[in-house]
Each structure stands twice: as structure tokens, then as C-alpha cells.
Design a protein around this ligand. Sequence first.
Ligand code: PHB
Length: 385
Amino acid sequence: MTLKPLFLAAVAALSCTAAQAQTAPLKVGLMLPATGTFAALGDAIEKGFRLYVQEQGGKLSGREIQYMKVDDESDPSKATDNVNKLIKRDNVDVIVGTVHSGVALAMARAARESNTLLIVPNAGADAITGPQCAPNIFRSSFSNWQPGYAAGVVASGKGYKKAVTITWNYAAGSETVKGFTEGFEKGGGKVAKDLNLPFPNVEFQALLTEIAAQKPDVVFAFFAGGGAVKFVKDYDAAGLKKNIPLVASGFLTDGTLEAQGASAQGILSTLHYADNLDTPRNNAFRKSYALTYKQQPDVYAVQGYDAAQMLGAGLAAVKGDFKQRDALQAAMAKASVDSPRGKFTLSPQRNPVQDIYLREAKGVNNESRGVAVKALADPGRGCKV
Ligand code: PHB
């Protein structure tokens, strides 16, 4: 055999594997909470993600999607081991996760070190699109600062002067409160007291007594999932709801209104989504979600759906060839995402630049009362890439 046929055979073998790689399923690792206070949030994110893929015929740019799943239990102490199950054991191409900021910070570290593509579909930890940012790390949701800051702008705009804040003592709680304080104090208000308790505790009584003693004009709260249901009910049962208005980060009443019942009605909150946005895009999304899952979507479902849209935009730019990572990531970073929340783009730190709505809890919906802050971008402090 001369060298030429040998060479041609080698080329043929190589291009064959390259072609196979482009048509083989793309492995998506879903690291979300399936148990604990955030379990329902993880479920909605997964449903949203799968819905978008299903709407594309089960494939993104010709690539079937294969899902691998890990329950992260919203437990930061298990986060590194859990994310390594996806990166090292399952060899996934992309990781989508998670809800809890502390868990997501460990995921971002592992993703950066292994250069695995990561799309965060909820956790707001400011550092993920700040000091910990990297070209392979994207967020389809928000930074903790964003809804907090907007709530501060709303509360000061209503003329409230004295606020008390209450939250869980972890990254999402403290950063959301920091955003609120910045917006509120810029508008002339003053935060008199920050109250908190460990995540995911729900023993609120002593703190509610403290709120009554402080007699603020307004209370700002960040809780989510099961903890938010209990807080809203306890706030009402303690007799505080009728005396001291709550202005909350929208997670307090998102995906929770049915369980909160009358206690949540009328609560004002700020978030990048409202259920009743009357746009063709949101109406089509809600209809498709309700038909598929026999339940209504919430903000978490939107964030999961948009994570899939972002991945889809990247894959489309490289015609499904995931190996072209730089081009894929560049396309994701430049994408204009046609979200049910309204179109958004990404900041240079790869966090959504988005309108933050003022919402009022009405029945089982968080209804928009207009835009609280238009095209709000997280400052992305400390991001070097
Ligand atoms: C977070 O930990 O970043 C977090 C959790 C639940 C939410 C929002 C943020 O609803």
C-alpha cells in the first residue's frame, strides 16, 4: 500500500467521527433541587427547559438532547461532589443549574476549572456574573441585586422612609437586601434593621415580634419556595399585613400563590416576569406549558425555557457542532432572547439586561402594574472577562 491511500483512509475515518459527533445526542446535565424547600422551583425549571426543546421537535440544531440528572438538595456542602458527577462521571457537554446561590457558586467554580459550559437558570449569586465570571458561564435568570434594587426604588418612590428587611442568612438573602438598601437609600429612605435566620429555617415568630416593635413604614422580604409560603401566612396571622405593607422580591409570591391563599393577596413585588404580560410570546408560552403539563408556568419555568433558548442560539450558530465552543459561546453572548418576559440581551458579564416589573398578587397570578425599572443591568462588579 502506498502512503496516499493510507492517508485518505485516515482522513475518511476522522471526518466520519466528526460527523458522528455532530449528530450524536448532546448531553445536558440538569443539576436542580428535587427535594427540600426549593423542590417545586427545580421542577418548573426542568419543565421549562424541556418544553422549549420539545417545541423544536426534540432537537436543537439537529442534536438530540440527552438529559442526566442530579438532585442537589439545595445543599452547598454537597455541591462540588454533585456537580462532578455530571462533569467527570457522566461527561456532560452542558450543565444547567441551579436554584440555590451557594450551590451555584460551587458549580461555577467547577465549570470554570473544567471549562464546562454552564447556564444558570435561577441562582442569583452576584459573583457568578461578577468576580467569578468566565466566558463559559451564562445566566438566564437575574442577579440577586436586580429585583432587590428595583424593590428599593419602588418603596422609596411610595414615600416610605423607614424599612426593616427580613431574609435567610445566605448569599441570595444578603445580596438581595443589599440591592434593596441601595435603591431605597438612594431615594431618601433608611433601612433601620436587617433581620435574618439560617436557610432554610421557618421559625419566624421572634422576628415578626421584632418587626412589630420597630414599626417601620415598610418591610422588605426575600424568601422563596416552601419558606415563602410559610412566611407570608405567618406575616398575616401575626396581624402585620394590615398594618405594615410588604414590598418584596417577586420570589416571595411566585409559584406559591395557591398555597398562600388570602394571605398573599395584594402583596407588591418586583421581578423580571409577571404572569399576565399580554404579548403574543407570553400567551403562546403559557398556552403551550399549560397544555403540556396541565399546570400554569411561573418565573422559574420561564428561566428554564430561556436557558434552552440560549443554548439553542449557540448551537444554531455552529450548526450543532458543539466542538466549536468559542463560536458557540460568542453567539450565546450576543443573542437577543425572545423570552416570555420580553426580549432581553446579555450584559458583558453574561447576565440578562431586563425590565423589572412591579407586580401585585391577584388570585393565582402576579399581575403587572407596570415597569419598575427599565432595562436594568447588574453592575457586574469585579468581572474581568
Ligand atoms: C438563590 O439562592 O439565588 C435563589 C433561590 C430561590 C429564588 C431566588 C434566588 O427564588
